[in-house]
Ligand binder design. Structure first.
Ligand code: AMO
Length: 435
C-alpha cells in the first residue's frame, strides 16, 4: 500500500485505508483510549486505539513502543475535529521499524526547556522539532528563490575552488591546510575567482559559496563556516548598478518566502513584511553625521562598530526603513580590489544593512591592471602572491562589481532568531567541530 504523509490525508478520506510512517512523538492515555502521536515531515498524526476495537498485539505495541521509535502504521481514516488536521487513524497494523533508546538526550516535543548548546550537541534530535526544521525549509526556499531570480536576470551559477593558495580579503582570517608539498588555505570567499570570471565573457555569475573564516569572534553574529550568495557582473557604471541587483534579489527572496512559507512560518512569532523601497543609499559620512547628532561619535576613517550599526538601524527604522545601504566607505578600510571614489579618501563600496546589521557587502572593483598592482602594494601585500589573478586583468577586463550576501545573517534577521548558529544545520564556531 502506498504510504501517505500526514498532510496528504484529509478528513474527507473518512473510511479509507492508509499507510503512514514516522516517529512516535508522544503517547497519551485517556480511560480505555490510547493515543499515539506520530510525526512525519508534514506534521503530527493522531493514531487512536480504542482498546475494544483494535487487536491485542497492536494495542500492546502502541502501549510499549519507546518515544521517537520509527513506526509504520496501516489503519482507517476517521474524521475527528479534535485531532490535528481534523482526522485520526484507527490502526489495524503497527510495525516497529527502528526502536529508539531511552532516555532521550533531548525531547523533540519541546516540553522540556534546553540550552542551545544541548540542542546543537544533539542536533539530529533537535532537527526533529517542527520549529527547528522549519528554519531549513525556509532556507531552502530562500536559496531556490535566489537561484530562480538570478537566472531570470541572466546570471549563471558557478562553482569556484574551496582550496586556494592566496588570501582574498586580507591575510589574517585564513585556515591553513596541508596540501601535498604546498601551503594552501580554505577559501574565505570566491572573490578573486568570481572577478577572474569577468574576463572570460561569462559576464554575470553567481555562486552559493561556502566561506571559511578563521575569525576569533565568539558572538551571536559570527560563524567560522558560512554560506553566502556571491554575485559578480560586468559592464557597470559604478556601484549603484550593483546595489540595484542586490535590492531586486533581496525583494525577490522576501516575496517568495511570504508566498510559499506561511505554514513553515507559523511557529515564529514574526510577521515578514516587504521592506519599504527603494532602499535609501546613505553615505558613510552621512551615517557618521546621523550618529553624531544622536550622541554617538565615530572617528572618521573607522568602520562602524556593532553599537554604531545598531544605533543607525534604530534611527533609520524611526523613518520607516528596515533595509538601507551605507555607501562610500573610506578606501583605507576596504580590501585592495575595491574601486576608489573620485574623492580618493572614499571607495565605491556599500553594505546593505537589515535591522541594524550588515547583511551584504559589495563594491565596484578595480579593473585596471596597474591600479590594482598599486593597491595591492599599498595594502602591504606582494603582487607576486596574486600572479594568476592579476593575469586575468592583462588581456581585457571589463568594468565590474559584485557582492556577497550572508545567508545565515539574512535568515537570522528575517526570522528573528536569537543566535546565528540556529540558521545552520551543523554550525562551526570557535569551540564547535562536532557534530
Ligand atoms: P564580507 O567579508 O563582508 O564580504 O562577507 C559578505 C557577507 O557575509 C556575511 N559574513 C558572515 N556571516 C557570519 N559569520 C561571519 N564570520 C561572516 N563573515 C561574513 C555577512 C557579510 O555581509 N568578498 C566580499 C563580498 C564582495 O564584495 O563581493 C566579502 O567576502 O553577511
Amino acid at each position: 500500500m502506498e504510504r501517505k504523509y500526514s498532510d496528504e490525508i484529509i478528513p474527507d478520506m473518512d473510511g479509507r485505508k492508509v499507510k503512514i510512517a514516522g516517529w512516535v512523538h508522544d503517547r497519551r492515555k485517556l480511560g480505555g483510549l490510547l493515543f499515539l502521536l506520530v510525526r512525519d515531515r508534514g506534521g503530527l498524526i493522531q493514531v487512536t486505539l480504542p482498546k475494544k476495537y483494535v487487536s491485542e498485539d497492536v494495542f500492546e505495541k502502541a502501549r510499549t513502543v519507546s518515544k521517537e521509535s520509527v513506526v509504520a502504521i496501516v489503519g482507517e481514516v476517521k474524521k475527528e475535529e479534535r485531532a490535528p488536521r481534523g482526522y485520526e487513524i484507527i490502526p489495524e497494523k503497527i510495525d516497529i521499524l527502528s526502536k529508539a533508546a531511552a532516555p532521550l538526550p533531548l525531547d523533540p516535543t519541546g516540553k522540556v526547556g534546553v540550552t542551545l548548546d544541548t540542542r546543537l550537541d544533539n542536533r539530529v534530535l533537535d532537527l526533529r522539532r517542527p520549529n527547528v526544521s522549519a528554519i531549513f525549509k525556509i532556507r531552502d526556499v530562500m536559496l531556490s528563490a535566489a537561484r530562480n531570480h538570478l537566472r531570470s536576470k541572466g546570471f549563471i551559477e558557478i562553482q569556484t575552488p574551496r582550496i586556494i593558495s592566496t588570501s582574498s580579503e586580507g591575510g589574517t582570517e585564513l585556515f591553513p591546510i596541508s596540501y601535498f608539498e604546498k601551503e594552501a588555505f580554505l577559501a574565505q570567499s570566491p572573490q578573486l575567482y568570481k572577478q577572474m570570471m569577468m574576463a572570460t565573457g561569462l559576464d554575470r555569475v553567481f555562486e552559493i559559496a561556502t566561506y571559511f573564516r578563521a575569525e576569533e569572534h565568539d558572538t551571536i553574529w559570527h560563524l567560522n563556516e558560512i554560506t553566502a550568495i556571491d554575485c559578480e557582473l560586468s559592464f557597470i557604471e559604478d556601484e549603484n548598478d550593483v546595489m540595484d541587483v542586490v535590492e531586486e534579489l533581496v525583494l525577490a527572496i522576501i516575496r517568495d518566502i511570504r508566498e510559499n512559507c506561511s505554514e513553515h512560518l507559523e511557529g515564529f512569532n514574526i510577521e515578514i513584511k516587504e521592506p519599504k523601497t527603494p532602499f535609501p543609499r546613505i553615505t558613510y559620512e552621512e551615517a557618521l553625521e546621523m550618529l553624531d547628532e544622536a550622541g554617538l561619535k565615530v572617528p572618521f576613517g573607522e568602520d562602524l562598530s556593532t553599537e554604531s550599526e545598531k544605533k543607525l538601524g534604530e534611527l533609520m527604522l524611526e523613518k520607516g526603513w528596515s533595509m538601507y545601504f551605507v555607501t562610500k566607505f573610506p578606501l583605507r578600510i576596504k580590501p585592495f580590489y575595491t574601486m576608489p571614489d573620485r574623492d580618493p579618501r572614499f571607495s565605491n563600496s556599500f553594505d546593505l544593512e537589515f535591522k541594524g546589521r550588515e547583511m551584504v557587502s559589495g563594491s565596484q572593483r578595480i579593473h585596471d591592471y596597474d591600479l590594482l598592482v598599486k593597491m595591492i602594494k599599498e595594502k602591504g601585500l606582494n603582487p607576486q602572491g596574486f600572479k594568476t589573478y592579476l593575469e586575468a586583468f592583462k588581456y581585457g577586463m571589463p568594468p565590474h562589481g559584485g557582492f556577497g550576501l550572508g545567508v545565515e545573517r539574512f535568515l537570522m534577521l528575517l526570522l528573528g532568531l536569537p543566535n546565528i548558529r540556529e540558521a545552520v544545520l551543523f554550525p562551526r564556531d570557535r569551540k564547535r567541530l562536532e557534530p
